[in-house]
Design a protein. Structure first.
Length: 234
């Protein structure tokens, strides 16, 4: 009788362990509920990010509508080749990120880790290029506000509202905020990479990889709009 009871308790414990895998947080009833909540939270976060950048895009379009000649002239100081190289880096990294997510979904952690590492390399490459871009702007005094070098525009810098300082103010604000998102993305990618190497994800649980992938695709998408608007003005 005792043996039968022990066996029943053991079976119940085993069923409970299967129903509540190690990755399932205690405040969720099942993995599906946890996955749905995580995805909903990520999409809401991405929506707020889009709203924030939308305000900056509106500021850019207003500046361009009010001072088209100034924008047309001073966008020539931006390096289109470096901007294009960074575009290639981010688009390629978006592809490798998608491959990392797919590998995690089909239970191939080694392939997922490799794709994540490649994505990190491209992301770091983007920031290195951006460093050289910013260094050139600082060296030539192409900066926002009162930091703008007077010799760039012939020394006429009093009352700079609507001047090139406004253009470079928008440029540094938009690309700087985007660069901050890239740096945060590098940290998230490295965190996911380490967890993947430790075997934290499988075909049954890959939500963190997928959510970081969504974030990284947003970073890529924003740059796809920034590059033509700032570098390829016509």
């Amino acid at each position: 009788m005792s043996t039968a009871v022990d066996a029943g308790q053991h079976a119940e414990a085993g069923h409970s362990h299967e129903a509540h895998p190690s990755y399932l947080q205690h405040h969720f009833d099942n993995p599906q509920q946890q996955e749905g909540a995580a995805k909903l939270g990520m999409w809401l976060f991405l929506a707020t990010e889009l709203l924030m950048f939308s305000g900056l895009f509106l500021a850019y379009f207003y500046m361009r509508s009010q001072y088209p000649d100034m924008v047309q002239e001073y966008h020539e100081h931006l390096n289109k080749w470096l901007g294009g190289l960074n575009t290639v880096f981010l688009i390629t990294s978006s592809f490798t990120m998608a491959m990392a997510v797919r590998a995690a979904q089909i239970g191939k952690p080694r392939q997922s880790a490799s794709m994540l590492l490649i994505t990190i390399v491209f992301a770091i490459g983007f920031m290195v290029v951006k460093y050289f871009e910013y260094s050139a702007k600082i060296e030539h005094g192409l900066l926002p506000g009162d930091l703008f070098a007077e010799h760039v525009a012939g020394g006429v810098q009093s009352g700079w509202y609507g001047g090139p300082q406004l253009f470079f103010g928008i440029y540094f604000l938009m690309t700087g905020l985007h660069g901050l998102h890239v740096v945060i993305g590098i940290g998230l990618l490295f965190w996911i990479y380490l967890k993947t190497k430790r075997g934290a994800f499988s075909g049954n649980y890959y939500t963190p990889v997928e959510n970081v992938g969504l974030y990284w695709h947003l970073v890529d998408l924003i740059w796809i709009f920034l590059f033509p608007l700032l570098y390829l003005v016509k």
